[in-house]
Design a protein around this ligand. Structure first.
Ligand code: ATP
Length: 447
């Protein structure tokens, strides 16, 4: 019996008999020919039933086969440039078919565009569509590339707790849950503070896990549950941090370009844009970015847009600002040295300019905006304690965190990269909710 193959490896089996197990994504009847577009999880391939090759009952069954029926097809692989599919370029001449289950006829997902709510209510089925399948295959490769780079560059994977006693930056944006006799516990919005403890034992670490934010952001860039990779590095200043980030991003994009071309092409992604992503990335200060925005705004004639781009020193960038700024660059751009008051309490002050901190965000090009937030962390005990007081944070909750500055404090830095934002940018998709299998937003916890 011919062996079962994966569709993404079909090129290795030209002119051979194979078996493919999968589902009928689409069926087209052309009289004596029936075309089945079969998906097997690894790809989509056209399988052709020719009346003359099959007995009558089998051909009839194929002609009536409902979409999404599960099948095992035996047939011969032929190279044919015109054959649709992902990767495409091959078709299978059907010799035998085993039908495992004839799907119900009322499959709700059709090839036409669905409204967003309909698609999201049927997310469990929507995942089978080529676009969603491609994005999530790319996501898996991004995860693998992230781990690969960190593991190969001396980082130790440390998992940080999800149930935490206090917030990194206050409790207003946290999901809380009763915790036995201990009062409230909170779902982690970052593992950073724990990573900072870990580096004093391991030097370079990263955590990779789900992150929860209860902030009521309804933008196309915010989820309430997302995945974040947080590397943290001892003996590392802001410049060294930016070098690490640009190497890391370059590696991820190159891996996706190497391993996921068919998926990127099926999404219509402009590969030439990704091919330009190569370290080093441009670096501009927050001050320069402010000037650039002023310049951009002065050239805008549309009054509504002018209003949106309103900006003055001391504000944090919103999506419209990031879109305009990144529009000026083909590569991701670092913006460093934000005003202290828009950033978290633990960031190292800029030498001689206490109103500025050693923070850096990485903004992805083509309007995608922030994918990484990072900084050099404050290493002086007394200054950190002062900041904790200024931010009205409970000192007793940060006792262990302050200890890190008492016993062998060193300059150290780290960053957090949002997985779904990175995937959205690499895939070139509109909305972050498609970059995770089952998105959680402020209006959705189903399915
Ligand atoms: P923003 O200002 O865009 O809401 P942030 O400044 O709160 O983001 P950080 O706390 O620095 O973000 O988090 C690090 C990274 O995590 C961000 O650069 C982004 O990639 C990702 N991230 C943050 N919040 C979200 C969210 N709600 N949904 C998806 N990804 C997020």
């Amino acid at each position: 019996m011919p062996s079962i193959i994966q569709v993404d490896k079909i090129a290795n089996y030209t002119d051979q008999d194979v078996r493919i197990q999968g589902w009928v994504y689409n069926r087209t009847d052309k009289g004596k020919l029936v075309f089945l577009l079969i998906r097997d999880g690894s790809g989509f391939v056209q399988c052709v039933a020719f009346k003359g090759d099959l007995d009558e009952t089998t051909f009839d069954k194929i002609m009536r086969l409902p979409k999404e029926s599960s099948v095992i097809i035996t047939g011969k692989v032929r190279a044919d440039k015109r054959a649709p599919g992902i990767p495409g370029g091959f078709e299978v001449g059907i010799k035998e078919i085993e039908i495992l289950q004839e799907a119900n006829e009322d499959y709700p997902m059709s090839l036409k565009e669905h409204g967003v709510d309909f698609a999201l209510d049927n997310r469990h089925l929507w995942l089978r569509m080529p676009s969603q399948w491609a994005v999530l295959r790319i996501r898996a490769t991004v995860i693998s590339a992230m781990r690969e780079w960190l593991d190969n560059n001396g980082f130790i994977n440390m998992d940080t707790p999800i149930l935490t006693p206090a917030a990194c930056e206050g409790t207003t944006t946290l999901f809380e849950t009763p915790y036995f006799d201990e009062g409230m516990a909170y779902l982690a919005q970052s593992g950073q503070l724990y990573n900072e403890a870990d580096i004093f034992a391991f030097g370079k670490v990263y955590s990779f896990g789900p992150t929860f934010r209860a902030e009521k952001s309804k933008t196309r860039r915010h989820l309430t549950e997302f995945w974040m990779v947080e590397p943290e590095i001892a003996f590392c200043d802001l410049d060294q941090l930016m070098e690490i980030e640009e190497q890391f991003i370059t590696h991820i994009v190159k891996r996706v370009l190497r391993d996921r071309q068919p998926e990127l092409k099926s999404l219509g992604r402009d590969l030439s844009k990704l091919e330009q992503i190569e370290a080093p990335f441009p670096r501009i200060s927050y001050d320069q970015a402010t000037e650039m925005l002023g310049q951009i705004r002065s050239e805008v004639t549309d009054l509504e847009k002018k209003e949106l781009l309103q900006f003055e020193w001391g504000m944090d960038f919103g999506a419209p600002h990031e879109t305009e700024l990144t529009g000026k660059f083909v590569k991701p751009v670092f913006v460093y040295g934000y005003p202290t008051k828009v950033k978290a309490f633990y960031m190292e002050p800029w030498p001689g300019r206490p109103e500025v901190c050693k923070s850096v965000d990485l903004l992805a090009p083509e309007g995608y905006g922030e994918i990484i937030g990072g900084s050099e962390r404050m290493s002086n005990h007394d200054l950190l304690l002062q900041r904790i007081h200024e931010h009205n944070l409970p000192e007793e909750s940060f006792k262990w965190y302050l200890d890190l500055r008492k016993y062998g404090s060193v300059p150290h830095s780290g960053f957090g990269i949002g997985l779904e934002r990175t995937v959205s940018w690499i895939c070139g998709i509109e909305h972050i909710r498609e970059a995770i299998a089952f998105p959680r937003t402020i209006k959705r916890v189903y399915p």
